[in-house]
Design a protein around this ligand. Structure first.
Ligand SMILES: *[C@@H]1O[C@H](CO)[C@@H](O)[C@H](O)[C@H]1NC(C)=O
Ligand SMILES: *[C@@H]1O[C@H](CO)[C@@H](O)[C@H](O)[C@H]1NC(C)=O
Ligand SMILES: *[C@@H]1O[C@H](CO)[C@@H](O)[C@H](O)[C@H]1NC(C)=O
Ligand SMILES: *[C@@H]1O[C@H](CO)[C@@H](O)[C@H](O)[C@H]1NC(C)=O
Ligand SMILES: *[C@@H]1O[C@H](CO)[C@@H](O)[C@H](O)[C@H]1NC(C)=O
Ligand SMILES: *[C@@H]1O[C@H](CO)[C@@H](O)[C@H](O)[C@H]1NC(C)=O
Length: 473
């Protein structure tokens, strides 16, 4: 695949650059800037124009230069207030953040600090790399975008708000909150059933992803609270080595399209010890992802943990080696889901859901190879994304009886194979047992008897599957 290879090159290149002469050149340049502008040395007054000009090359914070030999950690903290941020929740602090970023970016192991006593409003911003290694974006206060589409600057992207681009070895963390102010976006009349009389008005309905990491590697996002995103809360595309830990993501159940964590074309991801409640997928894993390890995640309300949708518009999509362990899913429209469009190509393989506790979940276990977001307008097509090697172990709890707790709707032409079930015990949350799980073209084994039993899961390998389809991607 093109993108991950390009990414690898980027990561190697930036690693090389940061060790190479460019780092030191950057440093001496910074020293000069520092001296000529006398920043921060004179009592930390607000910085004015020199740093604000977008044409300015990256500039360094001061303490490094004031006491070059002092290697205490404070020497590389770049407080956005020192760059002119006001933090009153009203003033546009974008330029201060950009300046602080440029300064921090050019110093090794620097911290851009958003102090705990402020609410900082900034508009859609790209924070570009490459930067010196070890950069930390520390949010202890509140950072938020303008309040809804009315206040969104006309010239700004409506696809994304904070973008971290071409970074290596960066950390986003803090005790603070990234507040998305999403309410007015959720109720746009083009959003599902938000038009007059419950209609959905036509037209483009772009709403910004709150935080996006793009073409970056070795990233850590931890401890933050992220809430009320206009669209996805945090998205990684074309990234590698992503570590998420201790996040708390919150939006109401009725907020449309507010996936918690979304990854695509991203390899080697860990998502640990996080709580996500929202109006769409808790975690969504798109095409081109592999080696994803999810542990100790609590989801709900929302739409559960989802692989897909894959294969839209006859595209090729592969996802492999995804493990979900020790998850809790509550009050959700789905539990653990794999969804693909008809007409796609590629494969989903080596997927494990182990020790998942469900509480009042619809479609606890579901594979849907007939996914269609515009109900009724999807034609039957024969090609499909091949689903094989999916393990469900120790999945317990309760389901919403409006749907069967297990649902395997596999492709007519390409059956799902090697589905393994053990210790699956699901009971109605309220009401009558639904003891007719749904299977269509699903092959696999029950290692232990499931509750409810799933006799429709067929033994062995399907005859129709003469040879293993080309799994290439
Ligand atoms: C570094 O700076 C801090 C605060 O300015 C000071 O307390 C400390 O002694 C300095 N350390 C060295 C090694 O100069
Ligand atoms: C990843 O980044 C961290 C800093 O965030 C750094 O300490 C570590 O060495 C990096 N790892 C690799 C493999 O580059
Ligand atoms: C699957 O992913 C894990 C990380 O989540 C990795 O340690 C392991 O080596 C991968 N397995 C394969 C077969 O690539
Ligand atoms: C998951 O939670 C358990 C129990 O709290 C803990 O022992 C384990 O280290 C956690 N796993 C990860 C990957 O943090
Ligand atoms: C697709 O196939 C199903 C089952 O064979 C059939 O019920 C349905 O009408 C078909 N849909 C279209 C759009 O052809
Ligand atoms: C079935 O899937 C398991 C794990 O998902 C894998 O280890 C095994 O090799 C697969 N078997 C076949 C025949 O594909």
């Amino acid at each position: 695949m093109g993108i991950p290879r390009a990414l690898l090159v980027l990561c190697i290149a930036t690693a090389f650059l940061s060790l190479g002469p460019r780092g030191s050149l950057g440093r001496s340049h910074l020293h000069k800037r520092q001296q000529s502008h006398g920043r921060r040395g004179n009592g930390g007054h607000r910085l004015q124009s020199p740093v604000d000009s977008p044409a300015d090359p990256p500039a360094a914070g001061t303490s490094t230069t004031v006491t070059p030999s002092n290697s205490s950690s404070d020497s590389s903290v770049f407080d956005v207030r020192s760059f002119g941020a006001v933090g009153d929740g009203v003033t546009d602090d974008t330029e201060a953040f950009r300046s602080a970023w440029r300064a921090a970016c050019s110093v090794e192991s620097a911290t851009l600090s958003v102090p705990s006593d402020g609410v900082f409003m900034i508009t859609s911003t790209i924070f570009p790399g490459p930067c010196q290694p070890g950069l930390v974006f520390q949010v202890d206060g509140v950072v938020m975008p303008p309040d809804g589409p009315q206040c969104w600057p006309k010239s700004d992207s409506k696809h994304q708000w904070l973008v971290f681009y071409q970074l290596e070895g960066m950390t986003l963390r803090g005790e603070g909150t990234i507040e998305g102010n999403g309410e007015d976006w959720w109720s746009l009349p083009c959003k599902p059933h938000r038009g007059p009389h419950g209609s959905t008005l036509p037209g483009s309905c772009d709403s910004p992803v709150l935080i996006r990491f793009f073409m970056s590697c070795n990233l850590t996002v931890r401890d933050l609270r992220i809430e009320n995103s206009p669209q996805f809360h945090i998205k990684f595309d074309a990234c590698e080595d992503v570590h998420i830990e201790g996040l708390s993501i919150n939006s109401p159940a009725f907020s449309p399209n507010t996936d918690g964590v979304h990854i695509e074309n991203t390899r080697s991801v860990t998502i640990y010890n996080s709580m996500i409640s929202n109006g769409d997928d808790c975690i969504s894993i798109g095409p081109g992802c592999s080696d994803v390890d999810i542990q100790n995640v609590t989801c709900g309300p929302g739409h559960g943990i989802s692989i897909g949708s894959l294969g839209m518009h006859n595209s090729e999509a592969c996802v492999s080696n995804v493990s979900v362990k020790n998850a809790v899913i509550r009050n959700s429209d789905n539990g653990v889901r794999i969804k693909t469009w008809q007409g796609g190509m590629g494969s989903v393989s080596d997927i494990s859901f182990d020790t998942v506790y469900m509480e009042n979940v619809r479609n606890c276990i579901i594979i849907d190879q007939y996914y269609c977001s515009n109900k009724g307008y999807c034609q039957n097509q024969s090609s499909a994304v091949y689903v094989s090697g999916v393990t469900y172990a120790n999945i317990k709890g309760t389901y919403d009886v409006r749907s069967p707790p297990m649902h395997f709707a596999c492709s007519d032409t390409l059956p799902c194979t090697n589905i393994t079930m053990s210790e699956v015990e699901l009971l109605p949350h309220e009401g009558e047992l639904v003891d007719d799980p749904f299977c269509w073209n699903a092959y696999g084994v029950m290692r232990t008897v499931t509750i409810p039993p799933i006799p429709c899961l067929q033994d062995g390998q399907p005859e129709s599957l003469q040879e293993i389809p080309n799994l290439g991607c």
